[in-house]
Design a protein around this ligand. Structure first.
Ligand code: NAG
Length: 502
């Protein structure tokens, strides 16, 4: 009965609200900590497999290890100092099996045979020959007979977001995203021998090209102007005449890595003797200081308007007469005074800027972008996903989630939750109910009684250690158990031992 009441939402404090109430609230007072998350399966070659399988450890450390494996043998620190957002990097590994298990043409084929790949939405058929870039997508399902015919006729195939079809890519990206603190995406490209699929262009993301099979000849060019350094948007299809000399030219072989920052023009073509399969892992789309300020400044202004009468005082009656482009060359003391006033108001804005709240809002949209975590068998057994409740012998069995004061719990991953203080209340955003398909689900969150924020912070700061429910800083034992049960039911908390031994 108690359990039924809890499910009906009678729990004091933490309950799912009926309607999502997102939206930026500058009035909030700061709270909370860091973002992101991760998981396993077949994994990828060696170090990658080890990093992906190490689910019992600290998810932040595992994500750092996977990133280290991605850029190895270059040390991550060196990569960040010399290459990240600065310069391309070519890593020749001489190890064709380095990415083994991550994604293959067999996986490509399996995705097509699954019948859920649609032209345009999931797969693009492209060509680039004699300077002409074309897309050849028919409508409807991309089935092997049609797709391989295009390929045989020299078309390239771009499978968008393979994480929706490949559990290993899903697993891989779900870990990496925690390290980047920004969505990690991917596309895979299959190119026939002797062809090129895309016109030269630059993108708005940091790109990691992982050569999975065959070979590809790449040319990378520096940004052409200051405005094209770390651009906010991708370029159009460029012509060869618009390019200078490449800063990097290389033939990538299976196991190799090519990284280039956003704004670096690139083009890849296949040599006559080999096809190419690569996956491009991307991150840092709209993740700049400017993107933070875009959220922060309107919020700061709103707070300033509310709290400081100087921002609400009227403009001078005659200002239209001496300000404006037509007057920009005029020498006028009133212009100087006007400019100084604007400067001082802008400077003072920083005092009203809700910086932590704006960061929390970015964290919240990051959590919405995130892939859901992939669970190991043992994690499943320790979570709601492995809970043995079932229908048997004409009725439900093992339904009760018996969390007691001695049950030891921890977050499934450090980065799967974010506490945000919003106008509507304290919200706990979480990734466990996200979809493998980008934004297929609305943002998921629980409204939390402000009294419980300490408990959530305690769980975050205790991670990766387990803590017994009794040590949660809630007032009553009933509250502690209720909160732990709610978080367990959402897949956010795992128990050290399976709750019911099966
Ligand atoms: C490049 O050209 C193709 C084919 O015409 C087109 O579909 C694609 O949108 C173009 N890309 C950009 C960024 O304009």
């Amino acid at each position: 009965l108690a359990s039924a009441g809890r499910r009906a939402g009678s729990l004091r404090g933490a309950h799912p609200p009926e309607t999502p109430r997102p939206g930026f609230s500058p009035r909030v007072r700061p709270h909370a900590k860091a973002p992101a998350e991760a998981a396993r399966r077949d994994g990828t070659g060696r170090g990658g497999r080890a990093a992906m399988a190490a689910a019992g450890s600290d998810s932040r450390q595992r994500a750092a290890e996977l990133f280290g494996w991605l850029v190895a043998p270059v040390a991550p620190g060196l990569f960040l100092a010399r290459h990240w957002e600065r310069a391309p990097l070519l890593v020749r590994r001489g190890d064709h099996g380095y990415y083994a298990g991550l994604f293959s043409t067999a996986d490509f084929e399996a995705a097509l045979r699954g019948g859920e790949v649609h032209f345009g939405t999931h797969l693009d058929v492209t060509s680039y020959a004699e300077g002409v870039r074309e897309t050849h997508n028919p409508s409807g399902r991309a089935l092997p007979a049609v797709v391989w015919d295009f390929y045989q006729n020299g078309c390239s195939l771009r499978l968008l977001s393979p994480q929706a079809f490949s559990p290993t890519v899903w697993h891989f990206l779900s870990i990496l995203q925690e390290h980047f603190g920004s969505m990690a995406g991917a596309n895979t490209y299959l190119t026939p021998p002797g062809t090129q699929g895309f016109a030269p262009h630059y993108d708005d993301i940091e790109a990691f090209v992982l050569q999975l099979e065959g070979k590809k000849h790449w040319r990378v060019y520096s940004p052409r102007t200051d405005a094209e350094v770390l651009p906010q948007f991708s370029s159009a299809n460029l012509t060869q005449a618009e390019l200078g000399e490449p800063v990097l030219e290389a033939v990538l072989e299976a196991g190799d890595l090519l990284y280039f920052p956003r704004g670096f023009i690139h083009q890849g073509d296949c040599l006559p003797d080999a096809h190419s399969l690569h996956i491009t892992v991307s991150s840092y789309q709209r993740n700049s200081w400017g993107d933070l300020l875009e959220k922060l400044l309107p919020a700061a202004l709103q707070m300033a308007l509310e709290e400081d009468v100087e921002y609400r005082q009227g403009l001078p009656m005659d200002y239209l007469g001496y300000m404006g482009v037509a007057n920009s060359d005029a020498r006028d003391a009133r212009r100087t005074a006007f400019m100084e006033k604007v400067q001082s108001l802008i400077k003072k804005l920083v005092d009203y800027a809700p910086i932590d709240a704006a960061v929390d809002q970015r964290a919240k949209s990051f959590l919405h972008d995130c892939l859901p975590p992939v669970l190991t068998q043992s994690e499943k057994a320790q979570s709601v996903y492995g809970f043995p409740a079932r229908w048997q012998d004409g009725g439900p069995c093992d339904v009760d989630i018996r969390i007691t004061k001695d049950t030891e719990v921890r977050l499934l991953r450090h980065g799967i939750v974010r506490l945000c203080n919003e106008e509507a209340g304290v919200m706990l955003y979480y990734t466990t109910e996200n979809s493998r398909v980008y934004h297929k689900e609305e943002p998921k969150f629980l409204e939390i009684d402000p009294e419980y924020t300490d408990c959530i912070e305690f769980l975050l700061s205790s991670y990766p250690n387990h803590i017994s429910v009794d040590t949660l800083p809630c007032e009553t034992l009933e509250d502690k158990i209720s909160l732990a049960t709610l978080l367990f039911e959402k897949g956010i908390l795992t128990t050290k031992k399976p709750l019911v031994q099966v």
